[in-house]
Design a protein around this ligand. Sequence first.
Ligand code: SAM
Length: 237
Amino acid sequence: MEIGFETIGIIRSCYKEKFGIPRQAGLAPTATATLELLPPFNRAEAFTGLEGFSHLWLLFLFHGNNREEWKATVRPPRLGGNTRLGVFATRSPFRPNPIGLSAVQLDRIEQTHGKVALHLKGVDLLDGTPVIDIKPYLPYADAITTANGGFAAEAPTGQLPVHFLPEPNQTCQALENDRYPGLRQLIIDTLRNDPRPAYYQKRAKKKSFGIKLFDFDLRWQQDDEGIIVTELLRRDH
Ligand code: SAM
């Protein structure tokens, strides 16, 4: 049976590429995005009452997957990348129907000139992600405190210390005073969860990594001691 869905909105996220995006919603609480609703779904009345909820479920498409096929087993980064589990036992983006599900914080709803935008925090979403549904997060039904978490029972520790070299430190300060308040904490929240591929986590010798965050190229080095931010440069478009 073929099933079709319409995109109801598009995510505008601080994360401009897949590498570096937190592996679950809420792991980087300062990671922001805006969900811009598309016509005909951008009607104010469709959101009446939503302002009473602190969190939302988003259903979305993993549109940035660069391979079509799915495999019955995948290797979750949480298990070091070398143990295979059934795709339906994981939250892998590579699934028969590439649909994602994230519980994100609703910061505020913006309604201006016929436009509706939801301002979100704690996202694990790539810029440009198409959203196919929004539902309010219901703590009484959705937060099951007695649930078993399988191979991912504990939250990732995410406590790697993050230091800045003087130059990116200064750049960060200047940007924070300008258009990017909270940028330093976003960088810390993003890096301390160790975004490196699982196979790097074993051979942790200093190597440089980079991600695209907002309009910037961020580079860092990582070893057993933690993370050092080495560059924060505005990207040339
Ligand atoms: N919370 C969702 C879920 O459980 O369905 C997503 C979990 S998935 C493990 C999170 C990863 O998906 C991110 O680290 C990022 O690399 C990737 N991702 C996020 N948005 C994406 C998109 N639009 N297309 C492809 N990959 C995406």
